[in-house]
Design a protein around this ligand. Sequence first.
Ligand SMILES: *Cc1c(COP(=O)(O)O)cnc(C)c1O
Length: 401
Amino acid sequence: MTTTERSIAAAEAHSAHNYHPLPVVVASAEGAWMTDIEGRRYLDMLAGYSALNFGHCNRRLIDAAKAQLERVTLTSRAFHHERFADFCTQLAELCGMEMVLPMNTGAEAIETAVKTARKWGYQVKGVPDGQAKIVVARNNFHGRTTTIISFSTDPEARADFGPYTPGFEILPYGDLTAMEAALTDNTVAVLLEPIQGEAGVLVPPPGYFRAVRELTRERNVLFIADEIQSGLGRTGRTFACEHEGVVPDMYVLGKALGGGVVPVSAVVSSREVLGIYHPGEHGSTFGGNPLACAVALEVIAMLRTGEYQQRAAELGEHLHAELGLLIGGGAVEAVRGRGLWAGVDIAPTHGTGRQISEKLMDQGVLVKDTHGSTIRIAPPLTISKEDLDWGLDRLRAVLTG
Ligand SMILES: *Cc1c(COP(=O)(O)O)cnc(C)c1O
């Protein structure tokens, strides 16, 4: 047995099998590159599902974390701390919003958004107690808690985890007519991903987000954008909603907000919405901790320059131009996405998404499959054009070889 095989066998023996990782054991990483425990190098074209937008061990982020580690790491929200005000002020400003409610993981932030919308519905909109309804989209991915999987349409994510939380209505993604019919006086929110990542990087029809924005405004319904994966530079803009000129009532952020260093998530909204909270009504021991705030502040500073968004836009155009050339060659049926983010549908004759991912791994490129036949490409926004081209060459070789 190789050291890699031994490590994987031990992991399989002693960890729950809720994931099916590629057979690579990473020991270190820098920028867009990872090195495994046997010294092999791989180009990371997944970037932790966009948690690593700024690359592995980004110097600025590691320095910010180290400096904070030596000062104070956790206070709980029982006390104020030095970084908290700056974090909330600057994140609100980046979002063009007024208030922030920090949490840790994406799922916790979505839970926070759901609770916030319901409370807003009862206290501000005047929805009768217990009647609040939240509209979501088919094939959504918003996380893994009991409430969130209650409105998932993925049988794997849902089966045997009931009873489910009521109060959600599921509509086809992109269907405006269904949305018009679904919004009632008891609807408190529409919760959507600007691009459905987990579903295969599905981009909604042009105009859909703008129309949902107008409709929700008319009907006094909160428009919640889950930008956990699409936000913070990935699509070539700070928020994917910007591609449609849309400003939602609430952003839900996570993943890249923690710079790939620590889990940091947040709900960002107006005073009218987040102002509904009083002490004791919601919280998290680790939410908004000093280490999280220090790293996130550096992330926000990096995003303020616009440099990463621009890289994602330029390299993304190149990525999609190159991937587009593969369509019609037999192996690739469709390519979707925006910015440095693509879902590539593999023709069944050329293997499953998993098989292509494994072949790419053997060639030194790491990606992840989803829904059987799709592979997802989302390298760090810091990737060089040369490295991106190198990765695309390997992809071309695997698909045409
Ligand atoms: C990853 C993700 C989540 C859940 O985030 P976790 O940190 O894994 O809980 C929610 N929504 C979207 C769109 C995501 O990509």
